[in-house]
Design a binder for this molecule. Sequence first.
Ligand code: NAP
Length: 523
Amino acid sequence: MAIQKIESHLAGEWCSGTSEGAALVNPATEEVVATSSTDGLDFAKGLAFAREEGGAALRKMTFAERGELLQRMSDALQAEREPLIDSAIVNGGCTRGDAKFDVDGAIGVLAYYARLGKELGDVRVLPDGEGMALARGARFWGQHVWLPRRGVAVLVNAFNFPSWGFAEKAACSILGGMPVVTKPATSTALTSYLCTKAIVEQAKLPAGVYSFVGGSPGDMLEHLGVQDILSFTGSASTGQKLRSMAAVIKNSVPVNVEADSLNAAVLGPDVDIGSDAWDLFIKDVSREMSQKTGQKCTAVRRIFVPADKVADVIDALGARLDDVQIGDPSLKEVRMGPLASAAQLRDVRAGLGKLMEDADVAYGDPAAPIEGPGITAGKGYFFPKLILKARDSHGAKYVHDLEVFGPVATVCAYSGEAEDAAALVARGQGGLVASIYTDDNRFAEDMMMGVAPFHGRLYFGSSKIVDQALGSGLVLPMCCHGGPGRAGGGEELGGMRGVNHFMQRTAIQGNRAMVQAITGTKE
Ligand code: NAP
């Protein structure tokens, strides 16, 4: 495969950095597949062009018209689906299934928001709630409205979802009337670049609506202004850095952060071994540990099990994980590829060392050489599937405090009481999703009250939905994604909620007839 040169698309044109740039590799073979440089690019000009040209074009459009743009973006990705999947295999270490999860997620979320735009129709301003009389008389009237901001949304994404990651943010932003500049993580940027090529060449968006930085962001974020938005997905430490940037603080730039999460799966005390709810739990957890080699923000990291069922859970999970064949993800028989980069492998190994201060390996062998189809000894960033068992669930520190971004999860015993399980789950200090497996409404309610304040989403697996449930790891556009505390405090998606993050809410006060006429709320 020829080495591809990743370009950026700024101020309405393709551009390349001046240096040789970073080498992007195939993590299964360590072969270079692409290079990326953004040195010397004029980011200030790129942002200004997006604000002035792209923003003006979007503000003239209705929601329905912006929805049409999103549909064209979705169609463009659909047309290039196979090459996009191939690129995620060679540059992301993804199996075909992992790659589809990302690419189809992007196509689907753009199509979902395209439909929402159509439903919102031929309007450019949206009422927020009912209008109200503000004084004793009926004429002094108030109405809250949502309308487009005048800035650009800069979307900084993590390495693990090079397609879906930008698409879910861009869909909400463009529908809300804000142009975007997307910046993928450099290590897996090939897929994002090919998405951009498809969008630029096929979707024919108005100039400046969609821009792309194919690598390091240089000084771009120093040029964020008072109407701009920064939406970030990545590690908590980078999120903190970006939040404290001078331009962000000075200009009160809203920053949405989607960061780390020690997602928990809880087995209810009512779930019998071998029951439907048990099988769902084992199936979901083993998938959420190994899909995308554990490099999903929603992957299960902590598994809470009543003490008397710990050994059975480890056996059952291990038996399912035995079927997950590790190897070169371009091969059909392989179900789990390598980690995405050398840096990832380093971080996961270091993280495992910390976890093992609290826990013992109960399944898998971190020291054994990794063998599998297409693996060349000494090459690639492969890492084994591992289940750890906490020595003392309450005394453990790193298990509740350190996200190891690989196919590793720790089983923690709890008493079987909801109060105990909830207190342990909350030790994660804020997460994206917690999954609870039970058929007992009382246990479910106690868990909801105990852990919902620490999460953006709860998933209840039960025997009634075994044939319908989609798993806790799937982020759906109609439900909110994000979480408090360690997870960054951000929120994305959730239908219209996700669009509102990119719009300004303003209270309009004045004569009732005028307010209703200009806001389009006349009865
Ligand atoms: P990362 O190292 O924090 O990088 C994330 C993004 O930030 C990359 O695009 C990176 O660009 C950029 N970046 C890093 N330093 C920057 C700086 N000083 N200024 C501007 N941009 C900067 O995270 P990652 O390793 O890619 O992703 C893994 C993490 O993401 C995990 O912790 C995972 O939990 C989290 N994640 C969360 C969610 C969620 O929805 N909550 C989803 C996916 C992943 P370069 O690559 O060019 O350095």
